[in-house]
Ligand binder design. Structure first.
Ligand SMILES: Cc1cc2nc3c(=O)[nH]c(=O)nc-3n(C[C@H](O)[C@H](O)[C@H](O)COP(=O)(O)OP(=O)(O)OC[C@H]3O[C@@H](n4cnc5c(N)ncnc54)[C@H](O)[C@@H]3O)c2cc1C
Length: 353
């Protein structure tokens, strides 16, 4: 068994989606690193459906950089092979077009060449075990990534290598030493913060333009739900996991008292279940997490301007599954080859006073 070294080149804090993808890229590049994670409690990646949807929102707007992001999803296939698990599912996302304004908006977007590869003809006859809106718009090229499976399998992989340290760590405690930083029993040239929404509470990163929105979901078995489609009314119903599990969610709260599941969230999810005409089994899971959302809706990637050697790869918001591969690749290119970051994701000049 490998013994955990106390001196490393790179120390990654957090092993949600960001920490997992970054660690995998470092592994592939042969870089010496360790990952510290407190165990995924309330981690966004553990709660998310993992949907990559090329057109989102009420106005069916194309996801930022979607063409490039879709190409970079192949990293999940590599990880699936490494971990010997199924991670990627191609799905069709059906959007509710029963309101005339939604139908008109769909038709208007579809007539645009930039949108037509992602949006199919409205459909009227979709019959399923759950109630489906009368008219639906099928979104093309959507996928669902089993994030829970990914982070738990990759954690086991790191544990086996002796590279995962199960501990709670605070970037504000990082102490400057000659060649880098000391933190959590390690000395590292570079520390990369991938702690998701938790980072917004630190002094080091607290002045970045965080929002932090809480989401609550139900997960339960629903054998009759096809595995290749998701339906969106107010919330989604989507297959997740490896067997007959589905995911219903998610709520979206900017203001919340605690990060754990609430009665208010439960009520809203039950209302949505009623709209889908499904009864929720007693043994369902009710989960919640705070999404690492950002006011300007762009990821937060780069090096701290005053504390050189402290980096962040975060702020994936509601779109971690599609943004994660691009952001982790960009960060590694910056660290290793000093390749400039896309100015929209770079944290330089995004700290508030
Ligand atoms: C309800 C909900 C639904 C979502 N649905 C989707 C979706 O369908 N598609 C999509 O693309 N995105 C979705 N998202 C967003 C997505 O989950 C995130 O963008 C992404 O998972 C964030 O990953 P992350 O690694 O940055 O953060 P996280 O997943 O939160 O990971 C942070 C990690 O850091 C660790 N950590 C935190 N603090 C510490 C500490 N002090 N010490 C040690 N370890 C620490 C945690 O244990 C955790 O493992 C959803 C989010 C929510 C909440």
């Amino acid at each position: 068994m490998n013994m955990t070294k106390q001196e490393v080149d790179y120390l990654i804090l957090g092993q949600g989606l960001a920490g997992t993808l970054l660690s995998y890229r470092m592994l592939r590049a042969g870089l010496d690193h360790r990952v510290i994670d407190r165990g995924h409690q309330l981690a966004s990646s553990n709660v998310a459906a993992g949907i990559v949807n090329p057109v989102t929102g009420r106005r069916f707007v194309k996801t930022w950089k979607i063409e490039g992001l879709l190409n970079s999803l192949s990293v999940y296939e590599e990880l699936a092979r490494l971990l010997d698990v199924k991670l990627l599912n191609e799905i069709t996302v059906y959007r509710d077009l029963s309101e005339v304004s939604a139908l008109n908006q769909w038709d208007m977007r579809r007539s645009d060449d930039a949108y037509s590869p992602y949006m199919d003809k409205p459909q009227m006859d979709l019959k399923l075990a759950v109630k489906v809106p009368e008219i639906v718009g099928p979104t093309l090229q959507a996928v669902q990534v089993n994030l829970r499976e990914l982070i738990s399998s990759y954690r086991a992989f790191l544990v086996k290598k002796g590279w995962l340290i199960a501990s709670d760590v605070n970037i504000d405690d990082a102490e400057r030493i000659n060649e880098g930083w000391r933190l959590g029993g390690f000395t590292a040239r570079n520390i990369i913060d991938c702690t998701g929404a938790a980072a917004r509470l630190s002094t080091t990163w607290g002045k970045l333009p965080w929002r932090g929105t809480k989401g609550e979901v139900f997960r339960f078995s629903l054998g009759e739900m096809p595995r290749n489609m998701a339906i969106k009314m107010s919330y989604f119903i989507c297959p997740v996991g490896l067997k007959d599990e589905v995911w219903l969610g998610a709520t979206n709260q900017d203001h919340f008292v605690h990060e754990t599941p609430s009665q208010e969230g439960k009520k809203r999810l039950e209302e949505q279940a009623a709209a889908f005409e499904i009864s929720i089994p007693k043994n369902h899971e009710h989960a919640s997490a705070v999404r690492p959302t950002v006011k300007d809706r762009r990821p937060l990637v780069g090096e701290h301007p005053d504390r050189l050697g402290l980096w962040i790869c975060n702020g994936f918001g509601t779109k971690g599954t599609s943004l994660g591969p691009f952001c982790t690749e960009s960060l590694l290119d910056k660290i290793l080859h000093n390749r400039p970051l896309d100015s929209e994701i770079d944290i330089a000049n995004r700290f508030t006073a």
